[in-house]
Design a protein around this ligand. Structure first.
Ligand code: AGP
Length: 606
């Protein structure tokens, strides 16, 4: 999704902006641009395509100056093109702006701006014209008033970075429903939509809240609320290290992040597994006050929600349901003060998930979130948070965050099983011991990376892939299938194995690969029999399973046996092998795995 950087200080802005934009590439984009104040005027260079295209243009037209804004665009309004790229400027080039989000009423604003001539198809361009219209006197107060007047007219979501040709040392930042942080430096300050863009320069940041406007120069940062009142905010310390945002010798971030899993799972467990206050810390020592639990998320986070909901549905006297956040909002769910909403999100900024949270809060539900990015909107707006402590996840395809979301749910579920007396203390201790084994079992799987690579390479010519499983395995089938779609661009579909016979089996022939996930003891034979049906229709079969028996070997063209563990935890292990499988198919097909086409890391628009 779009990315913003801004710089004001004593150094040349251009290289700092380009460095920040490079750090934001992982979010997904189709064009990029920067605006730098030369001391006299604002100069803009922008280009469709990757940053290299922008750099090519800049090598012929270097932008000098110590104030600037930059943007990577992910097209929403108007196709990717040089003209539609940000920054956008007013006709007199007094105001330049970059924007993340969507201005819903931009067409009606455009109609009102009869004196402006528009060059792009974007919603963003109207913002520059609108601010310019209200900007009538070259004073900073008037400029701020103009920004407030403009945002008063705008409906939608926005994070904005704004510069004005009359002020070669002032940067303005505005936030509503899209993340924006201010990096605090010495004699220089930064803004960014994502802290990865600025961790090379500073570890101190202010996290802007909705409705806030910041006026920033090299030495001062003033933050105003929606009523223009100065607010005082606490500095937020960024504790992510720079290395974790670098590739560290791996070909792709995705592979690096897959291989980080033993460590980050271990880190998570060392903080949470034996913490007797785990439930107390999230204010959930009892569920007596709740009649309903919804778990919501999008994409991969939704798959984690499905696993959580299936396990929590064993709790007595409580209705539990996993919901896609994008649907949940519009389904008129029953929500009241006896509802617990568990929100799952890596980024903590996903628009649909955030909207589901806000809807639930309006109806007085309690919100517990499971989030990676510290200080993100979802984390800040939740009543309680479990941080999964994955560190930065750069690859668009989520891997370590999913495993940690599931780990967080496992720890939560085991604790709730215990307090709700679904299991004995003895069983609880046994499950704790099992969870403690997971990092080393994940390592065992990763050590066999080559086996999976060889298998994946056999299937590079497959155009269609089914993933099937039952119960918890079905949810992992969905996650495996999503990963393959995202990075290998293969048509892939997950089915609950029992559903195959009700239609999809009509598609099976020798061109289709069927990936079967079998980790749940009670359904081994059932899923295997579905796979046999596929085999007899000449489908190719790859099975990921805990079962090491001849029946499996007879059915499978290839199989991958994962280590033994309590069966509720086995799906997580199965998923590690499917992550590698998708990775090696995408690698074999020669794709840019970390930046899949059309996708964004954090989906901050609906
Ligand atoms: C995962 O591989 C995807 N890129 C995507 O489905 C993602 O999980 C989803 O957009 C939700 O993101 P979030 O966890 O940041 O809310």
């Amino acid at each position: 999704m779009c990315g913003i950087v801004g710089y004001v200080g004593l150094n040349e802005a251009e290289p700092i902006l380009l460095d920040g934009l490079a750090k934001l590439e992982y979010r997904g984009y189709d064009s990029a641009g920067i605006a730098v104040h030369s001391g006299q005027k604002i100069n803009i260079v922008k280009s469709k395509g990757k940053l290299a295209e922008l750099q090519k243009k800049l090598s012929q037209n270097e932008l000098k100056g110590t104030l600037g804004i930059g943007h990577t665009r992910w097209a929403t309004h108007g196709a990717p093109s040089d003209i539609n790229s940000h920054p956008h400027a007013s006709n007199n080039c007094k105001i330049a702006v970059v924007h993340n989000g969507i201005i819903e009423n931009y067409l009606s604003i455009k109609e009102e701006l009869t004196e402006s001539s528009f060059t792009s198809d974007t919603d963003t361009e109207v913002i520059a014209h609108l601010i310019n219209k209200f900007y009538t006197k070259a004073t900073i107060e008037n400029l701020l008033d103009a920004v407030y007047a403009a945002i008063d007219k705008m409906r939608g979501t926005y994070a904005l970075a704004i510069i004005c040709s009359d002020f070669p040392d002032k940067l303005i930042a505005v936030k509503k429903d899209n993340p924006l942080v201010i990096g605090v430096g010495k004699n220089e300050n930064f803004i960014a939509s994502d802290i990865t863009a600025i961790i090379n320069y500073t570890r101190d940041a202010y996290l802007l809240d909705d409705g806030e406007v910041a006026l920033i120069d090299a030495k001062n940062i003033k933050i105003f609320d929606k009523d223009k009142t100065l607010v005082s905010k606490k500095i937020f310390k960024i504790d992510w290290d720079i290395e974790s945002a670098e590739k560290g010798g791996y070909d792709f971030f995705m592979l690096k992040e897959i291989f980080e899993q033993p460590k980050v799972i271990n880190d998570f467990l060392s903080i949470n597994l034996y913490d007797e206050n785990f439930l107390h810390k999230i204010n959930l020592e009892t569920l007596e006050n709740f009649t309903r639990i919804y778990i919501v998320g999008c994409g991969t986070a939704y798959h984690a929600s499905l696993i959580g909901a299936r396990l929590l549905s064993k709790l007595p006297n409580i209705f539990v349901s996993a919901e896609m956040a994008s649907e949940f909002r519009y389904n008129e769910p029953l929500i009241d003060e006896k509802t617990l909403l568990i929100v799952i999100s890596q980024s903590g900024e996903t628009a649909d998930t955030l909207a589901a949270l806000r809807m639930a809060k309006e109806k007085n539900a309690r919100v517990l979130s499971i989030v990676n990015v510290v200080g993100s909107s979802i984390a800040r707006e939740s009543d309680n948070v479990i941080y999964i402590t994955a560190g930065p996840e750069i690859s668009v395809a989520s891997t370590k965050a999913f495993s940690l979301q599931v780990m967080a749910l496992y720890v939560l579920v085991c604790n709730l099983y215990k307090v709700c007396k679904v299991i004995s203390t003895e069983k609880f201790l046994q499950l704790q011991n099992e969870l403690q084994r997971i990092p080393s079992l994940v390592t065992e799987i990763l050590d066999r990376e080559n086996e999976i690579k060889i298998m994946a390479e056999k299937y590079l010519s497959c155009k269609n892939v089914f993933y099937i499983g039952r119960g918890l395995d079905y949810f992992i089938a969905r996650e495996g299938s999503l990963k393959l779609k995202e990075i290998a661009y293969l048509y892939s579909q997950a089915y609950a194995a029992g559903e195959l016979k009700h239609g999809p089996i009509a598609l099976i022939d020798d061109s289709i690969l069927i990936v079967g996930v079998i980790t749940q003891k009670n359904i081994v034979e059932k899923t295997l029999s579905n796979l046999k049906e596929c085999k007899s229709r000449h489908g190719k079969i790859f099975i990921v399973t805990t079962e090491n028996n001849s029946d499996i070997k007879n059915v499978a063209d290839d199989s991958f046996i994962i280590p033994q563990i309590s069966q509720i935890f086995a799906p997580l292990l199965a998923n590690i092998s499917l992550q590698l499988f998708a990775y090696y198919i995408a690698k074999g097909l020669g794709y840019d795995i970390d930046k899949p086409r059309n996708l964004a890391k954090s989906v901050t628009v609906e």
